[in-house]
Ligand binder design. Structure first.
Ligand code: SF4
Ligand code: SF4
Length: 381
């Protein structure tokens, strides 16, 4: 079969739990139509496994890729003769501390794999809108890259899955600057994510959707048992199928929409084949979308800017939960958060609604509310 056929082949399998006896055989079945792990890993190759290690939350919070998915991937890489390394750049905190809390460090120790720290970056020339990216050296220089995203909702981008997970190749401290460069425009942020993907394409993507996150993901949503694993070579095609399974409206899938507009391979649903169980059978009923007000996104630019302040959802700190730790303030790309007189203040004129603060707050102290105009309309209209 042609290379193109495999590029756009997405496989879907059921896995009802993270039990070790179930998850590894399910991943083996999942990879079978793609040629198995040996089709991607040759003996002696250094294989970087890139889970979602957003923050130090326990596996049951469904914020991070489940450690048993990482364990199965490590074992399969090793059985194929590869040398497994596990790496990511969390939004906040040291990777070893985050890996410890999310259970991945234990798996690394037990399997004898190594943790790849993304400390140093290398400059990579972009060929699109963004001219230069500083990507983690360990990410760029690995012989093979296996992306292990978790399927979750995302307040800014609606969904985070295979393409968005590659944003972890940007070192944590540099991420806010990239949010600022892309600004308030979600399509520009999607374009940036796609350009990062195109600079270093993963060899394989295995999505953990056994327990996903619905509602206000990626950090504050609710775990939702879905019982699925999804795999494919092309992360854009993986996300098209993941979005279809989750039932997200197309107009809210910014990465997929931009990929289609730019004719990036994998975005054309008609060209994607599936194997294993069908997307129809896999479909998740009533998957809860993140809280977001999209009024601004369909408006002409001059109105967008004026109405943004009044219409868009905004983060606010719940005083009873906020411990004034300052993590959100330090991570806020435009510096819109201030801690003053014993409370937290957000300058909504500066806030770009990236919701990084919600992603990173370790105490779930940031909530979202509608902009004042939307609140007024909901009350009186
Ligand atoms: S909102 Fe969360 S991250 Fe921000 S200061 Fe309060 S507790 Fe810390
Ligand atoms: S306040 Fe929160 S949502 Fe607004 S820019 Fe800062 S981190 Fe992003």
């Amino acid at each position: 079969m042609s290379h193109n056929f495999f590029m756009n082949l997405i496989t879907i399998e059921k896995a009802s739990s993270y039990d070790r006896e179930e998850i590894k055989p399910a991943i083996i079945r999942l990879l079978e139509p793609l040629g198995g792990m040996r089709a991607f890993v040759k003996p002696g190759e250094k294989v970087l496994l890139k889970p979602n290690m957003l923050s130090g939350k326990p596996p049951e919070a469904a914020v991070t890729t489940h450690p048993e998915v990482v364990r199965a991937a490590i074992e399969l890489v090793r059985e194929a003769g590869g040398i497994p390394l596990v790496g990511d750049s969390p939004g906040v905190g040291r990777v070893d501390a985050v890996a410890e809390k999310c259970g991945i460090m234990k798996v690394i120790r037990e399997t004898g794999a190594s943790l790849a720290e993304f400390k140093e970056s290398v400059e990579v020339q972009g060929s699109g809108v963004f001219k230069r990216f500083d990507l983690a050296r360990g990410y760029v220089e690995a012989d093979r890259l296996i992306n292990l995203p978790k399927l979750k909702t995302h307040e800014m981008m609606t969904m985070t899955c295979a393409v968005k997970n590659l944003f972890g190749s940007i070192i944590g401290t540099a991420k806010p600057a990239w949010h600022l460069k892309a600004g308030v425009d979600r399509e520009m942020f999607a374009r940036m994510l796609l350009e990062i993907y195109l600079l270093r394409k993963p060899d394989l993507n295995i999505v953990d959707a056994v327990t996903s996150m619905e509602g206000d993901g990626p950090g504050s949503g609710d775990p939702r048992h879905v019982g699925l694993l999804i795999a494919g070579i092309n992360p854009v095609a993986v996300d098209v199928i993941a979005g279809e399974i989750a039932g997200f409206p197309n107009k809210l899938l910014y990465v997929e929409r931009v990929a289609e507009r730019l004719s990036i391979d994998g975005a054309d649903r008609a060209a994607i084949q599936t194997a294993g169980i069908s997307p129809q059978e896999a479909k998740i009923r009533d998957f809860r979308l993140p809280h977001q007000s999209d009024v601004q996104w369909g408006l002409p630019p001059f109105l967008k800017n004026r109405l943004r302040h009044y219409c868009t959802s905004r983060p606010f700190a719940v005083p009873e939960k906020c411990r004034l730790c300052g993590i959100c303030r330090d991570a806020c790309p435009p510096g819109a958060i201030e801690i003053k007189d014993g409370s937290l203040h957000v300058d909504y004129n500066r806030c770009i609604r990236c919701f990084c603060c919600r992603e990173l707050c370790p105490h779930a102290a940031l909530d979202v509310r509608d902009g004042p105009l939307i609140r007024f309309m909901k009350k009186y209209i």
